[in-house]
Ligand binder design. Structure first.
Ligand code: ATP
Ligand code: MG
Length: 106
């Protein structure tokens, strides 16, 4: 099952997705959470300690290759997860797409 959650700001997307992820992982499902928010805070909802959140490795921009058959990952998902994910206390694996490092021009 793949589930994408998007919607109005402040409507509970992070709370609902994190809760569902934790419940699914607790009941034995393998859960991969991808935080695509430019202000990522799903880690907190997943119970990942604040100390490790600052060190969360984000996905490199050049991870995707454009091919005639469509986009392809440069590495396998297992390799990406081994180097770029953190695991929450209920067993959810978290990948984060981007941390803003600094403010850019508007
Ligand atoms: N079911 C709920 N009942 C009451 N408050 C809630 C509920 N779900 C979320 N909240 C609260 O509403 C606020 C916004 O929730 P959340 O951060 O999950 O929303 P969001 O859609 O991810 O927001 P953003 O667009 O800023 O990423 C938080 O303070 C959260 O604790
Ligand atoms: Mg959110």
């Amino acid at each position: 099952m793949k589930l994408a959650i998007a919607g109005k700001g402040g409507s509970g997307k992070t709370s609902i997705s994190g809760t569902m992820e934790r419940l699914l992982a607790r009941s034995g499902h393998q859960v991969l959470a991808i935080d695509g928010d430019s202000n990522p805070n799903l880690a907190l909802t997943l119970g990942i300690p604040p100390d490790s959140i600052g060190e969360l490795p984000t996905l490199p921009r050049d991870l995707l290759l454009r091919t005639e058959d469509g986009p392809k990952l440069k590495q396998s998902l297992e390799e990406v997860c081994a180097s770029h994910s953190l695991r929450g206390p209920d067993g959810v694996t978290l990948l984060v797409m981007a941390h803003p490092q600094h403010a850019g021009a508007g």
